[in-house]
Design a protein. Structure first.
Length: 275
């Protein structure tokens, strides 16, 4: 009898241990392909998180105060061909206030805008590798704008520096290119941006961040419908930082002149490297 009770106790103990181990396995986080690519995106803030330019109070007529932001996959497709790949659009939604001067007085109005960047990932490893084998292979430029009904638009952008001279349209901004095939500028070299806006009354600025804060450089008129802005690249790129963005920023004049007019703007984030 004693032997039977001992055997029953051992069986009961083994059953409890088995159930406990099952519970531990089932409560752990499940890592999906989408979780893996989100983790990769988080390592490239200079590519995917661009909504915080123009936020420093300065002597210009306006600045933005960002009060909240939410970034996630806006749309995406997972293809199970060989090799596996994912194409997604990363959307960063931002809310805040526009601070501006009009008729000698300070004003503010709510702002809403979104930054969108496309990305292409390939699974070049296995699910046992870091990030389930996924690698970021291609990206697009970043397009930022207030709600879809905005009339702001960039018709053409020319970028010139030393041996580089290229023209960019919105369709090219959406194209995917190799992560190491970005525009490349030399150290301590002048770079010139020439933009043709749809509305020549817009306030136009170039924002460049190569240190702790963005530079805010006004565009000046160089033709009947074109404006130009230049800056000189840093002579000491940040260690470990591979990518930078130059942001061409258009804000409607009406947004800066009347409280009753909704905030309207358009911006392009151009990816570049310094070598």
């Amino acid at each position: 009898m004693r032997r039977t009770l001992l055997l029953a106790s051992v069986c009961l103990l083994m059953l409890c241990l088995f159930q406990a181990s099952c519970e531990k396995r089932t409560v752990g986080p499940v890592v999906t392909d989408w979780d893996a690519v989100k983790e990769i995106v988080s390592r490239y803030p200079s590519v995917f998180r661009l909504g915080f330019f123009g936020t420093e109070p300065d002597t210009e007529s306006f600045y933005r105060e960002i009060t909240s932001s939410y970034a996630d996959i806006e749309e995406g497709e997972l293809f199970n061909a060989e090799p596996d790949y994912i194409i997604l659009t990363w959307g960063d939604s931002l809310l805040g206030k526009l601070h501006y001067d009009s008729s000698g007085q300070s004003h503010e109005k709510p702002i809403v805008f979104k930054a969108r960047t496309r990305a292409y990932f390939e699974r070049l490893g296995t699910i046992n590798d870091p990030d389930l084998g996924w690698l970021l292979r291609r990206i697009s430029g970043t397009i930022m704008n207030s709600p879809a009904e905005t009339t702001q638009a960039i018709l053409e952008l020319r970028v010139a520096s030393e041996a580089l001279d290229t023209v960019i349209w919105e369709s090219r901004m959406k194209d995917l290119f190799g992560i190491d095939s970005t525009l490349v500028f030399g150290k301590e070299k002048q770079v010139t941006f020439v933009v043709e806006p749809a509305d020549t009354t817009d306030s136009l600025f170039l924002h460049v961040r190569e240190g702790e804060a963005y530079q805010k450089i006004p565009f000046v008129r160089v033709g009947e419908e074109t404006f130009s802005a230049s800056w000189t690249t840093t002579d000491s790129p940040e260690p470990g930082r591979h990518y930078y963005h130059a942001i061409v920023d258009l804000v409607s004049q009406e947004s800066l002149a009347a409280d009753s007019t909704e905030y309207e703007f358009k911006a392009w984030g151009i990816v570049y490297r310094i070598k």
